[in-house]
Design a protein around this ligand. Structure first.
Ligand code: ZN
Length: 306
């Protein structure tokens, strides 16, 4: 996402194999016996061809306009794959920065679009237990790992830990979906975030649209190729529903945020109930993950920037 906030570290039970799948069927029924209901959280740093912050914000001028078209192209590929698997409702949440990147008329008309910010649940706004599956498109690796444009929520967080486990935005948002009982079945981005997703979510489908050369350099597939792979993976993921269990954070939930400066941890600790763990780290503990996400975002807001 970048430039907004959330943090925490959950631990979640290991993903295991479920049994809702009907592989091989052309259309997979949703949980109400009707068509599938699919939620897509779309970020920008993990889109093929995007390698620098100035392509991901309005200050990037022409490069930003190109990048948002590339983003729409990958989101549309995921929508087309969902439709091919029998999805009848698709909700896209623009999850990057201002959350006003996707141009609605560029999207496949089968989908609805949530855009703008702030939103209470940020990158997962609009998701509830009525959905059958979640896709993460254009996601990126967590802070301090070898991924293109790696970061965790904002540039100020070094670690977001939930019950001791370091999570990136993939894990952070997968646990939100898990709290609603919904599995994340497709993640696209660079090869690093794909590996991060597979380690956390087991049988999740992944599409690596680019490979890390440096934090600001990548070797990307052509968009035509990326889109074809994303469409195929989206369809396969829905036809295999049940292979990936929802990621559940154990309760109570302890979130620890490690910032990149002591002043930020000072700010986070202004929130009542927050504990200073060490020079850079503040922690909050509560009953469930959705509350923890809100607490983490509040702490990050209070932390401000260096
Ligand atoms: Zn982003």
């Amino acid at each position: 996402m970048a430039k907004e906030t959330t943090g925490k570290r959950t631990v979640t039970s290991k993903p295991t194999t479920g049994k809702r799948a009907t592989p091989g069927k052309r259309a997979t029924p949703g949980r109400k016996g009707k068509g599938l209901k699919v939620y897509i959280s779309a970020d920008m740093e993990g889109i093929g061809g995007v390698v620098n912050w100035d392509e991901t914000g309005r200050e990037g001028l022409g490069d930003y306009d190109r990048a948002r078209k590339l983003m729409a192209g990958e989101v549309n590929a995921a929508i087309e794959g969902a439709l091919a698997a029998g999805a009848t409702e698709i909700l896209v949440n623009d999850s990057h920065n201002s959350m006003r990147n996707l141009i609605i008329e560029d999207l496949n008309p089968a989908a609805r679009l949530i855009s703008g910010s702030p939103k209470a649940m940020s990158m997962m706004e609009g998701l509830d237990g009525s959905f059958d599956a979640v896709f993460f498109v254009g996601y990126h690796a967590r802070a301090t790992t070898l991924g293109v444009l790696n970061h965790t929520y904002t540039g100020s967080l070094l670690e977001y830990r939930v019950n001791g486990q370091i999570l990136g935005e993939t894990g952070m948002n997968a646990a939100t979906a898990g709290d609603h009982g919904v599995p994340v079945v497709l993640v696209t981005g660079d090869g690093t975030v794909c590996a991060e997703a597979r380690a956390l979510l087991g049988g999740v489908e992944t599409v690596a649209v680019k490979e890390y050369i440096g934090r600001y350099a990548a070797n990307s597939l052509h968009p035509t190729k990326s889109r074809a792979l994303i469409k195929e993976a989206a369809e396969r993921a829905l036809k295999g529903l049940g292979k990936v269990k929802p990621l559940k954070a154990r309760r109570p939930v302890r979130v620890e945020l490690k910032f990149n400066a002591t002043s930020l941890a000072d700010g986070a600790c202004l929130m009542p109930g927050v504990e200073r763990v060490d020079d850079l780290t503040a922690a909050w503990e509560g009953s469930d993950y959705l509350q923890a996400v809100r607490a983490a975002r509040a702490m990050i807001s209070l932390a401000g920037r260096t």
